[in-house]
Design a protein around this ligand. Sequence first.
Ligand code: DOR
Length: 486
Amino acid sequence: MTREVDLVIRGARVVSPDQIIEASVAIAGEHIVAVGHDDTMPPAQAEMRTDGLYLLPGAIDSHVHFRDPGYPNKETWKTGSAAAAMGGVTTVFEMPNTNPPTGTVEALRIKLKAAESSYCDFGIHGLLGDESIDQLEALLDAGVTSFKAFVGNTFGNLPAPTDGALLEGFEILAPLGIRTVVHAENSSILFRRQKHLQNAGRIDSMAHLAARPAVAEIEAINRVLTLAEWTGARVHIAHHSAADSLYLLREFKSRGVDVTAETCPQYLLLNTDHMLKLGGVMRVNPPIREARHNQPLWDALMDGTLDMIATDHAPHTPEEKTRESIWECDCGFPGVETQMPLMLTEVNRGRASLMDYVRWSSVAPARAWGLYGTKGVIAPGAHADIAFVDMARAGTLSQNKLQSISKISPWNGRAVQGYPLHTLLRGRFVMRDGKLVADAAGWGRSVKGIQKMPTPKPRNMEHYSSAIIDAPEGIPANAAPLVDAL
Ligand code: DOR
């Protein structure tokens, strides 16, 4: 006799990047055990009809800041992950610019403790900086899934790694196959420009964009990808913001560099026209640029130059976002809860298909972080991580209703159509009928145990710093230069 499962979902439309199929889904414990025709489903303890809804693999957000430890007035793991659950997001990757920054095993342990209240599964990006180069392997052993290098300056004021340290970090991580997220802006350009603008008395919102021109992104991406190509390290470009730097992704991808890249709804759907109205609320790094960037970024998602959607969920308090001078407004705003309705609205407008969306929101991040198969797909053997989506439901985004502590958003008042109605994480509802399931706090856990990065492909290892420390055999110490000897 067929074993009874926990839940059978009937009458749904299951979305993958290739197709949308009418199917039922059977779930036992934390896993999907069958996807198929209604008649083939095993007996179940509970049944759920979902006629008209789409089942999407839960979204995976590669870029969130949950602020804990260090800034619980801005966000905590509980509030940030609640926002994820409400937004159809089942896995997040959390950034290291907390206090203390996640550059030591001790700091990681503090963060992992804070994450015990999470509603969603998570990976932790450890810090790659000059000070943490000798900690990378220990951090991996202690639980980070990946690293982040703040090549461009941003909240937390962590110093950008020197180019030497970045190269060395890549040399350590390339043979391990571990991917490093890079905030790719050239810090020296940003600092000099900002100083000039401040000295000139500029405090308006457009000065922020003037301080961080697209060339800062172009230069940093070029440098990072050059080092990645040399070492064979895997890299991920965070919050790609400029049309002008897309050619570099195309070029280095065509040369076989394992680079993935994300953009965020704010770079696709907002521009300086909105900045003029909203001011500091929209201050974010990299900056939101002129309207001419929006469509090329969208086209780059469509053609695969950009791989995925992330949010850079970067909460700050309303007071911190609305100061008179733009330089005093903290950078970033919440996004993990609003990404799905915003993007589904664009799907409803015909700008992409639901299959495209699933590729960007779930499949590509699952592949980038070594989770695909267990996450990123609705198929037997995978985690039962599912966003149940109602494409007909329309509403207005309201900052006051966000789960985030940061009740201030440039999306406030925006009309959307297409919402996640329920979110299932490893077989358990964390959001149901549009409401948070309060006692699911703590159900989230680290994805470290299921991460399997593909086989590494390091290059030029004979030139790695570690390989050149010892002089090759046969060269006497302090050998006189050959020319002198002649
Ligand atoms: O605007 C930003 N804020 N950009 C980042 O890269 C970091 C973030 C933050 O942590 O607030």
